[in-house]
Design a protein around this ligand. Structure first.
Ligand SMILES: NC(=O)c1ccc[n+]([C@@H]2O[C@H](COP(=O)([O-])OP(=O)(O)OC[C@H]3O[C@@H](n4cnc5c(N)ncnc54)[C@H](O)[C@@H]3O)[C@@H](O)[C@H]2O)c1
Length: 249
């Protein structure tokens, strides 16, 4: 059974990690998927592997003209699913994180989500759809060494609620929910481990905050994305879904 048959999805950060897993699962569930990413080589390689159900759009989520051009290029001028997934993590506390790094993280992790939620509306409002914003367990709980990431991801949680209320009030039939993964071993974790002196201790620390005793797998986040993207979630909007092995409890 294909749960997304006939639907068109637009996935930012779809060339790697969680976005890649979501793209693969959406295609398996019958959707046509636009992979929107700054990583041209990675995105094109995935398209070549997945064949006609996937296409690539070069897009920088921080850049409004890039969004407008990327969405204007969607065949048929309509989408059913938007996954605002692109993101970065820069380690730093309130004392150590530079203003420049704070601003860059807010730009990608928060402004990128704002622009997606804003500019997808004309491609969705006539028929409804589902917007999935990738927050994090760090959007529910704070950590001392992730001040910028915590701030951006917590803001995504509340932006999601505000957008969901607006779409509902307008009668667009657009649902908007946030997903909060625990630590999942993707390239983003390798990039975080490269920023610290003792990556092994950091990795073990991540495992220890998950009551289930392990990190998550990208497929476990993709499974939640399929549910939220599908018509099975037709009464679900403005909600925050932790997929985190219990780490936010
Ligand atoms: N992996 C985890 O443990 C974890 C946990 C919680 C939340 N998340 C969130 O999930 C999302 C995906 O993370 P991931 O682990 O797959 O990371 P990743 O580094 O594997 O992939 C991120 C993707 O985003 C793209 N990207 C980065 N900046 C971009 C920009 N300006 N415009 C367009 N694309 C851009 C990258 O090219 C890459 O393809 C992020 O928002 C991240 O914060 C990840």
């Amino acid at each position: 059974m294909t749960r997304l048959a006939g639907k068109v999805a637009f996935v930012t950060g779809g060339a790697s990690g969680l976005g890649e897993a979501i793209v693969r699962r959406f295609v398996a569930e019958g959707a046509s998927v636009v992979i929107a990413d700054i990583d041209v080589a990675g995105g094109m390689a995935l398209v070549a592997e997945l064949g006609g159900a996937a296409s690539f759009q070069q897009l920088d989520v921080t850049d409004e003209p890039s969004w407008l051009a990327g969405l204007a290029a969607v065949a048929g001028g309509r989408i059913d699913i938007l996954v605002n997934n692109a993101g970065i993590t820069t380690v730093g506390s309130i004392e150590s994180l530079s203003l420049a790094d704070f601003r860059t993280m807010l730009d990608i992790d928060l402004v990128g989500v704002f622009l997606g939620c804003k500019h997808a509306v004309p491609l969705m409002r006539s028929h409804g759809g589902s917007i999935i914003n990738m927050s994090s367990m760090c959007g529910l709980r704070a950590q001392p060494d992730l001040v910028g990431y915590n701030a951006a991801k917590a803001a995504v949680t509340h932006l999601t609620r505000s957008a969901a209320l607006h779409y509902a009030a307008q009668g667009y039939g657009i649902r908007c929910n946030s997903v909060h993964p625990g630590a999942i071993h993707t390239p983003i974790l390798d990039k975080v481990m490269a920023q610290v002196d003792d990556p092994r201790a950091l990795y073990d620390g991540w495992v220890s905050v998950h009551p289930v005793g392990r990190l998550g797998r990208p497929e476990e986040i993709a499974a939640m994305a399929v549910y939220l993207a599908s018509d099975e979630a037709s009464f679900t909007t403005g909600a925050a879904f932790a997929v985190d092995g219990g780490s936010s409890l």
